[in-house]
Design a protein around this ligand. Structure first.
Ligand code: ASP
Length: 436
């Protein structure tokens, strides 16, 4: 006969099984802590393994492919639904103008920081680039006018298929405006695009579960193959870049949040850890975009409308870290080749670097390929540019990781500020700790 358990008896403590342990020590730990732990572990393992670390790089490649997979559909669905969800079309103008004005201001500041730090650190003085293997830049970047025209896609489906973000944004804005202006008739389309954006963000959520493994492998690979030892070869340049990026991120972006948006800066930096670690490990703003959009909406309390317009624009247009780096490299080149810059040349350098930074692709090492346009301004030849690129390229990955962080923080700080100005920020969510 079965004996009924005594209902008054205290419950017997059961030892958790393997599943329970995995849940407790993995899935129940907030994501940013897992990613940060992966970053630290990846650094150590990479330094221990050395070149062998290349064997695990595939895990990083899998992660980058997964995340790049969602970029084009996420941007398209988000931008259409963000605009279609506005109360009226004038909001787009207001959000757009504020966003672009902030991006431009930040880029100009970044270029000034780069030029000042370059003057202060003198990274090119005494440098001998003649030993470098010249790295010829195959294709000159297109002129500004040409670039602007090419944003209009002749075939939007082809632009989507090729992942041309600026063209996708352009077409997305028009589709969103179309829906908004014929509102009741297109209700079903508005709902469809909103559902599409939600689905894409959910896919990002799934992909982020592999992020700790991807980050671990990428960082181990970089540390194993280049290692911090690489910094020694370009020590002054690296030090100048780190100081410059720290100033731009902590003082300028932090200052924007604190003084302009009038919000505490600490929750901002705490809540964006996921995006920062992904920027650092992938060296690509494009790969960071899906995570940045998720972080903005889920952790920072930025509305879907602002996040979906400000962030994709920022990824393609605003690159503070890149602007700062290109300005710094221009100073390094001028110093290495003994060019004494006049005030007018400084000015031209500043303007050209700003324009170049606006057109740099959000992928690893992209800024190096924009250098020719900037160095031309100070009278350096194509051969001299090739020498500088050849000198920096072998060590560029670590430098790229640093500047891509600043590229990401610039976009997120602008999204928060514009959301605050537009009354599109959920301040309680901004202040609260991230839950995932
Ligand atoms: N890697 C940078 C980015 O994707 C671009 C660059 O500075 O090379 O944001």
């Amino acid at each position: 006969m079965a004996i009924d358990p005594d209902p008054a008896a205290p419950p017997v403590a059961r030892r958790p099984g393997v599943g329970g342990l995995i849940r407790r020590y993995w899935f129940d730990v907030v994501l940013w802590k897992r990613i940060l732990a992966a970053l630290v572990l990846g650094t150590i393992i990479g330094l221990v393994l050395g070149e062998v670390a290349v064997q695990i790089k595939w895990m990083g490649d899998v992660f980058i492919r997964l995340i790049r997979m969602v970029v084009a559909p996420l941007v398209f669905f988000s931008i259409v639904s963000g605009i279609a969800g506005m109360s009226d079309a004038r909001r787009l103008g207001s959000i757009g103008v504020k966003t672009l004005a902030l991006y431009l201001t930040l880029t100009v500041i970044a270029v000034s920081v780069g030029l000042s730090i370059g003057t202060l650190f003198q990274p090119g003085v005494g440098m001998n680039v003649s030993g470098a293997t010249p790295e010829v830049i195959a294709k000159a970047p297109p002129g500004l006018g040409e670039h602007l025209i090419s944003i209009i896609p002749t075939n939007p489906i082809a632009a989507l298929a090729a992942g041309e973000i600026q063209s996708v944004i352009f077409f997305g804005i028009l589709v969103g405006l179309g829906i908004l202006t014929i509102a009741p008739k297109a209700e079903i389309a508005a709902r469809l695009f909103q559902a599409g954006a939600d689905i894409m963000l959910q896919i990002v959520r799934f992909i982020m579960e592999v992020a700790p493994f991807g980050v671990f492998a990428l960082v181990a690979w970089v540390m194993g193959t280049s290692g911090p030892g690489a910094f020694v070869h370009v020590l002054k340049l690296a030090a100048a870049l780190i100081v410059g990026c720290a100033i731009q991120t902590l003082l300028i972006h932090g200052g924007l949040i604190r003084l302009v948006a009038r919000l505490p800066a600490l929750p901002f930096f705490r809540d964006i850890t996921d995006a920062v670690t992904i920027a650092f490990s992938t060296s690509s703003s494009a790969a960071t975009l899906p995570v940045a959009m998720r972080v903005a909406e889920k952790n920072l309390g930025v509305s879907h409308t602002v996040a979906s317009t400000a962030l994709p624009l920022g990824v393609t247009l605003s690159m503070d870290g890149t602007a700062l780096y290109v300005a710094l490299l221009a100073m390094l080149s001028a110093q290495a080749f003994g060019v004494d810059l006049t005030f007018a040349q400084y000015l031209m350098l500043g303007i050209t670097t700003t324009v170049v930074a606006l057109g740099t692709a959000p992928v690893p090492s992209a800024s190096l390929f924009m250098l020719a346009a900037v160095l031309q301004v100070i009278g350096l030849s194509a051969e001299q540019t090739a020498l500088v690129v050849g000198f920096v390229l072998p060590f560029d990955r670590l430098l790229d990781m640093t500047r891509t962080i600043t590229n990401a923080t610039s976009d997120l700080s602008v999204a928060v500020t514009v959301a605050k100005w537009e009354g599109e920020l959920d301040e309680a969510a901004y202040l609260a700790r991230p839950v995932e």
